[in-house]
Design a binder for this molecule. Structure first.
Ligand code: NAD
Ligand code: DAU
Length: 348
């Protein structure tokens, strides 16, 4: 095999799209999906590629340093694309420590495993997938640049910022070759319905309230998940070391406008009178410390690496709604069991 790439968090939302892209596009690479299968990990996201000869799965928790090291040895790992994380801001507010354990300690375990296993650092890449939330909240216009100082505001973003710092520290101190990308909000198939878009699709379909935090004025910059996976492919193969790239869609939406758009699309697709689902909108208590606006300036990756989103939001959101409507089994599967408990605890 030309390369043996460890993709962590490959059973999750973004990770599954990255695994699929790499397994299909690079048959000469061995792709090892390392995932502990938390509530957010789901091997059903990968059924179409699980029998491919270059795909392997390792059920490992990145908090377990020995198991991570053993996986490097077992699969003779040459490169890492690290996505495994606790990813939901609301959960980080109720349980910050689990975010430290996975996002910070887990990342350091992976860095140590790479540092210990690799001989010639120039031949290997440790690529860390991060978020625009490390930059904090925009209040007065402008965009996040790669040079924007870190200012994380939630336990989630503090843990991601910390892991980014560790990745850079390993590059600076030990000479590991690393790259980091910081992406805006993703949407698309396979996203767990705790995040705004799949939660609303699920609730509209089932005539349940649509919980909008505060006044719904907060702004997010949305990117189709397959375009994030394409950007990761481009950055991984760019040959750039110890560099950072922002990834985003130049696609800002107020939350309330996204929720109204989803109501309109689903009314149309479900054959309901337009305006029916808007009645489900329910303004609820704001998220603690809720960041007002995120907006990425993605010029660097566009100009230096030639990446661009392949879809407009209008096309991507229609495809996304269609996917959730035609994958009822997937949605029923992930909303059974503990999901109901989480939902009731969080939304009452
Ligand atoms: P997700 O929650 O859907 O998936 C996370 C995956 O990591 C799951 O498969 C889970 O089982 C696995 N995982 C969690 N803890 C683990 C552990 N201790 N050991 C091994 N595996 C573990 O997350 P996502 O939305 O796909 O995000 C993936 C990455 O991208 C994260 O690092 C996140 O910070 C980053 N990111 C996400 C977004 C977004 O909009 N979702 C945007 C930018 C960056
Ligand atoms: O910006 C990148 C980040 O985007 C990623 O790093 C995170 O992993 C990912 O979860 C996402 O974080 P957000 O907090 O922006 O996503 P979420 O879907 O949870 O919320 C989007 C916006 O919608 C946010 O302003 C909060 C609001 N919201 C969310 C939920 C779940 C609501 O109004 N009601 C809700 O029920």
């Amino acid at each position: 095999m030309e390369k043996s790439i460890l993709i962590t968090g490959g059973a999750g939302f973004i990770g599954s799209h990255v695994v699929r892209l790499f397994v299909k596009k690079y048959p000469t690479y061995r792709i090892v999906n390392l995932d502990s299968l938390t509530y957010a990990g789901n091997l059903a996201n990968l059924t179409d590629i699980e029998s491919e000869p270059n795909y392997h799965f390792a059920k490992v928790d990145i908090q377990d340093a020995e198991a991570v090291e053993a996986t490097f040895r077992q699969f003779q790992i040459t490169d890492v694309i690290h996505l495994a994380a606790e990813s939901h801001v609301d959960r980080s507010i109720t349980d910050p420590l689990s975010f430290v354990k996975t996002n910070v300690v887990g990342t350091v375990n992976l860095l140590n495993a790479a540092k210990g296993y690799w001989q010639d650092f120039d031949k290997h890449l440790f690529y860390h997938i991060s978020t625009d939330e490390v930059y904090g909240s925009l209040h007065d216009g402008g965009y996040f640049l790669e040079t924007t100082p870190y200012d994380p505001q939630s336990p989630y973003s503090a843990s991601k910022a910390s892991s980014d710092h560790f990745v850079r520290a390993y590059a600076n101190t030990y000479g590991l070759k690393t790259v980091i990308s910081n992406c805006s909000n993703n949407y698309g198939p396979n996203q767990f319905p705790e995040k705004l878009i799949p939660l609303c699709i699920h609730n509209i379909k089932n005539n349940k309230p649509l919980p909008v935090y505060g006044k719904g004025e907060n702004v997010r910059d949305w990117l189709f998940v397959v375009d994030h996976a394409r950007a990761i492919d481009v950055i991984f193969h760019s040959g750039r070391f110890n560099d950072t790239f922002n990834i985003g869609g130049f696609n800002e939406w107020k939350n309330i406008d996204i929720v109204r758009l989803l109501c309109e699309i689903l009314d149309r697709k479900l054959g309901r009178k337009i305006g029916t689902s808007e009645k489900l909108i329910t303004f609820v208590k704001d998220r603690a410390g809720h960041d007002l606006r995120y907006a990425i300036d993605a010029s660097k990756i566009q100009q230096e690496l030639g990446w661009e989103p392949s879809l407009t939001f209008e096309v991507g959101i229609e495809q996304t709604v269609d996917w959730y409507l035609s994958n009822e089994d997937w949605l029923n599967g992930v909303t059974s069991g503990d999901y109901q408990k989480y939902y009731e605890q969080h939304y009452g």
